[in-house]
Design a protein. Structure first.
Length: 247
């Protein structure tokens, strides 16, 4: 469910509205995502829900191997076109979680990234267990999910969110899957306030691109500055880095 431009992909239905809201109107937010994830990415990466591949592509210079994936046939086709003939080792897979993932042995990766994916899956524990099977011992599973059911509204229903997580509920899911928590925190707390005002109090079913642009230019930089010094008590997003136990 990732990829900057999934919002304009017509074949994927309402779920495509969700990802990286605003496209080019949300450049600061997209960089926020990359900067949060990048320190935890190793040399081989599997992205779940790659969309059109823009997010995964940002990590290619640091990777020896990249595996991109999506459940949507249109996205899988576009991923194959995007990475066809690339000099790096890139594999494109189509599957939906929870399921057995066609990677094993030497094909396993040291990093799995899932941006706005887990909240769509009712069997979230089983999904993480499947991902652990294709991650080397000591490898990381990076999870980015929408936070707090107080922010759940029409938009969440339209894009197929089963839930929004708190650090407590996500920790419960991650540990039940047999993973160790290395990082777990709410982020983007000003975005959480803005989301609550717009979606819950304001009754907005989908964020106005004009407001997204204003939010991206003002709120995101301010949030990043504040969160350098203060750990927020809640946020629009919950961010987790989980580790696959070493044998």
């Amino acid at each position: 469910m990732s990829g900057y431009d999934r919002v304009v992909q017509p074949a994927a239905g309402d779920e495509a509205l969700e990802n990286h809201l605003g496209g080019d109107e949300a450049r600061n937010y997209r960089q926020y995502e990359i900067d949060m994830v990048a320190p935890h990415v190793g040399r081989s990466m599997l992205e779940i829900g790659s969309g059109l591949g823009h997010f995964a592509e940002q990590f290619l210079p640091r990777l020896d191997r990249l595996v991109v994936s999506d459940f949507d046939p249109y996205c899988v086709e576009q991923l194959r076109k995007r990475f066809d003939g690339h000099e790096k080792a890139i594999q494109v897979l189509q599957f939906g979680l929870p399921t057995e993932i066609p990677l094993e042995g030497d094909d396993r990766v040291d990093t799995v990234v899932m941006m706005n994916v887990l909240e769509h899956i009712e069997q979230d524990v089983e999904a993480l267990r499947s991902l652990a099977q294709v991650t080397v011992p000591g490898g990381r599973i990076i999870i980015w999910v929408p936070g707090y059911m107080q922010l759940y509204g029409d938009f969440d229903r339209k894009v197929g969110h089963v839930t929004r997580y708190t650090p407590t509920t996500l920790a419960r899911t991650v540990t039940a899957a047999g993973l160790k928590i290395r990082t777990l925190k709410p982020i983007n707390f000003l975005g959480g306030i803005a989301w609550w005002l717009a979606v819950r109090r304001g009754g907005v079913g989908y964020p106005d691109p004009r407001l997204v642009k204003i939010y991206d230019r003002t709120v995101v930089p301010m949030t990043r500055l504040i969160e350098r010094f203060v750990r927020p008590p809640f946020g629009q997003t919950v961010f987790c880095v989980a580790e696959v136990p070493k044998v």
